[in-house]
Design a protein around this ligand. Structure first.
Ligand code: URA
Length: 245
């Protein structure tokens, strides 16, 4: 599905989604979001992102373009852009929600408590970010306080996300949590309905890969009773990766 982003719809859907990192971020004070848009609209910034993403021919060039991009209002208030980790060209790509405090400090995705659980989940199916998995997010800059990224913040990152998928060329994509699942699939359903099912994802330029949403590892830290669901989803992912290789 080459999806054009309906930011109002995604915003409404995301506002009803639980914040997975709550447990991890509970100690943080809520702080006002600093909006830095200048005279440009969200669609101006998304167009700028699209042009920058398109001209990036390698993942390193894309990472530089993301770091240089000024269209996210979150950029001013965080340490750095958190772009990707793992092995370029991996058959498995994991896309999460966005950096938390630890990721912002270290500049790498999924390195806090939730990331440690994600590493264990991947290890259970023979996958790791050092060998055969690529990890990124739908938003590259840490939101202040304890909140989901807004639809506008996701919309300006989206061309970079799609270009990253095209450069990695994964055989299968995991959407880790409600925010990436709902926004990438432009779905009216929440993560509980989406998880464990396979969807056909396609970038606007036509790269296609199956996408399987899973429960976010931070959610599983708060609700370990749901780990059996996560396990079932991982078994499906392992089976599909075998079939697709
Ligand atoms: N949660 C995410 O979704 N992504 C990260 O990089 C860290 C925590």
């Amino acid at each position: 599905m080459g999806v054009s982003v309906d930011t109002a719809l995604v915003d409404a859907l995301l506002k009803s989604a639980p914040r997975p990192e709550k447990a991890e971020r509970a100690a943080e004070p809520a702080a006002p979001v600093q909006v830095r848009r200048g005279s440009k609209t969200v669609s101006d910034w998304a167009n700028e992102a699209r042009a920058a993403a398109k001209s990036a021919k390698t993942l390193d060039a894309l990472a530089d373009a993301i770091r240089a991009f000024d269209g996210s209002p979150l950029k001013a208030a965080c340490e750095q852009a958190v772009v990707f980790d793992g092995v370029p060209g991996s058959s498995l790509m994991v896309i999460g929600e966005g950096p938390g405090a630890e990721e912002d400090r270290r500049g790498l995705p999924f390195v806090g408590k939730a990331g440690q659980l994600l590493d264990k989940m991947l290890a259970a199916i023979g996958r790791s970010r050092t060998d055969n998995t690529f990890i990124t997010n739908v938003n590259y800059w840490r939101p202040q306080g304890n909140r989901n990224p807004e639809a506008d913040e996701l919309a300006v990152c989206r061309p970079f996300v799609d270009r990253m998928i095209e450069l990695v060329q994964p055989k299968l994509i995991i959407a880790a949590g409600g925010v990436p699942a709902v926004s990438l699939l432009a779905s009216k359903d929440g993560i509980m309905k989406l998880r464990g099912n396979e969807y056909a994802y396609s970038t606007p330029d036509g790269f296609k890969a199956p996408m399987i949403p899973i429960l976010h590892p931070a959610y599983l830290l708060r609700r370990p009773q749901d780990k059996s669901r996560a396990w079932r989803d991982l078994m499906l992912i392992e089976k599909r990766l075998t079939e697709l290789s």
